[in-house]
Design a protein around this ligand. Sequence first.
Ligand SMILES: [Zn+2]
Length: 95
Amino acid sequence: MGGYNGEYVLVNVTEQFARILLPDMIANAGGCTCEKCKLDVLALTLNCFGGSYVTLKSGEDAEEAAKMRITDSEHIEIMQALARSIDFVRSSPRH
Ligand SMILES: [Zn+2]
């Protein structure tokens, strides 16, 4: 009993999936790939979604878990939200 850093971890599958898609999408859109802009894009994108948390065993592959859980329509929604966020950050970078 006690802390939150034991046998299990809390993972947001939407975040994991967005992190998988993000690098290629920013590169294809010609967006800035600095850490600040990438995190701004992720923050804007994930604020569009409700929490989608799952509990995984510590050490379990979070990316694989996300790929297994995200449906085709969620995949499209995440891509569309990422594209909007990339456009927004590109037009008003905060760095
Ligand atoms: Zn940047």
